[in-house]
Design a protein around this ligand. Structure first.
Ligand code: ATP
Ligand code: MG
Length: 403
């Protein structure tokens, strides 16, 4: 790891020296690279001044190639800062794992409380956590999740269901892409739920979701979910008529009691799943109307993003207030300690990903997962297997080869 860091830091530094730092000769640049790389290999956390110190130390013997003014020059300082910033985003700042555990308490909707979305920020206070540190923390979180996923899979007792709900362009896809990037695809499935098909409508509203729940050891992400049945259908109650339900013939039949029954049905199902070893975590990505507008315009202006935009999204945007009310009611009726909702600020994508990763990490960590412990008999079999394999080597080196 140390060697890897050195090589990586060396290469990265060369790149930046060539591009940004015009002062040095190629010899002096090489020397700087080595000093930086060495320093990085020893350090967990890097500060500009700690990078400058070793360069100063070697100055007397290399004054011909590196001049003191160059080291003090503003271009050099900018270079150090840029380098430092890039590195922090590339795993080199080893962030504090405990920071990953701060998000659950901040964003959970406690069972039995009534929240109002106006009390929840859509952006995040950058002074508390700078972006570079946040990005490094996310990399750490992804690495930790990958280790825990391995254990979850081998442990084979628990499964995990991650539900993601949000208005359009709030960053659902980006959470799925980034947070899950380090996981073994064998144990992760993502399901995106769209407008139900006639076959799906011929069953109860939970049917299509039950079909794809995670098996033991698996992690499953619902990109939109059974909650659409109390969200989009609440804003457009006419959709409920397609379900062909007894007692519901017209929109006027869909009253508050109908929605309360639906929340109860969802809660009952989730309780059963949780009682049978499913860890359920539900994330509402809370984006502002202003940020959504910005992202829609980006989708329209950038040809690479055009496909993401649908004119129909504007119609839903026009009903922002109704959606907000539906979300609030959903959050207040379906957050349970065995299946909590989290309201995640979603105006800064990097923060959204980090908070989601941190919360998933914390819940996985709580499971105290471990690799299976071998009994004495199993250990003896492993020892015997190793001995046989070693004897194979001996035979080969004595010239006894088998075809
Ligand atoms: P993006 O954020 O990238 O637009 P998306 O999740 O919105 O992704 P789309 O294909 O644009 O994907 O939209 C899926 C649509 O399906 C949403 O408008 C959603 O409300 C709708 N939908 C999902 N489940 C249901 C349901 N049970 N009943 C009615 N509509 C549903
Ligand atoms: Mg959409």
């Amino acid at each position: 790891m140390k060697r890897f860091r050195q090589i990586y830091a060396y290469n990265l530094m060369c790149k930046y020296l060539n591009r940004d730092f015009k002062g040095g000769t190629s010899d002096s640049n090489d020397l700087l690279c080595e000093v930086f790389a060495q320093e990085l290999a020893e350090k967990k956390r890097i500060h500009s001044f700690s990078l400058l110190a070793p360069v100063r130390k070697i100055l007397p013997s290399h004054t011909k190639s590196i001049k003191a003014e160059q080291i003090r020059s503003s271009s050099f300082k900018i270079l150090v800062q840029t380098f430092n910033r890039k590195l922090s985003a590339q795993f080199f700042i080893m962030p504090d794992t405990s920071k990953l555990l701060e998000f659950t308490n901040k964003f959970i909707v406690e069972d039995g409380t009534t929240i109002s979305l106006k009390d929840h920020d859509t952006d995040y206070d950058h002074k508390q956590l700078p972006k570079a540190e946040g990005e490094a923390l996310l990399q750490l979180g992804i690495q930790k999740l990958s280790e825990l996923q391995d254990k979850l899979y081998i442990h084979n007792q628990y499964s995990m269901l991650i539900v993601i709900q949000a208005m359009d362009a709030a960053g659902k896809d980006s959470v799925v892409k980034h947070v899950m990037s380090g996981l073994n695809p064998q144990g992760v499935k993502v399901h995106s739920f769209k407008v139900p098909t006639p076959q799906e409508l011929a069953h109860d509203f939970l049917w299509r979701h039950c079909l794809v729940l995670p098996a033991k050891g698996e992690i499953c992400i619902f990109n939109r979910s059974h909650y659409e049945n109390v969200l989009v259908t609440k804003v457009h109650p006419e959709y409920i008529l397609k379900e062909n339900l007894q007692d519901i013939e017209k929109v006027e039949d869909i009253d508050q009691a109908f929605w309360e029954k639906r929340y109860k049905q969802i809660n009952r199902f989730e309780k059963t799943w949780a009682d049978n070893g499913m860890i359920i975590l539900k994330f509402f990505l809370h984006v502002s109307k202003k940020e959504q507008k910005k992202r829609f315009i980006e989708r329209i202006d950038d040809p690479a993003k055009n496909w993401k935009f649908s004119y129909a999204d504007l119609k839903e945007r026009a009903r922002w207030k109704e959606y907000r009310k539906a979300y609030e009611e959903m959050l207040n009726n379906t957050s349970r300690s065995h299946a909590p909702w989290f309201i995640i600020p979603a105006d800064d994508k990097w923060f959204t990903r980090l908070a989601v990763a941190g919360i998933i990490y914390q819940y996985m960590e709580k499971l105290n997962l471990s690799y299976p412990k071998l009994n004495e008999g199993q250990k003896a079999i492993l020892a015997k297997a190793k001995e046989e394999l070693m004897n194979e080597n001996m035979k080969e080196s004595n010239g006894v080869t088998e075809n």
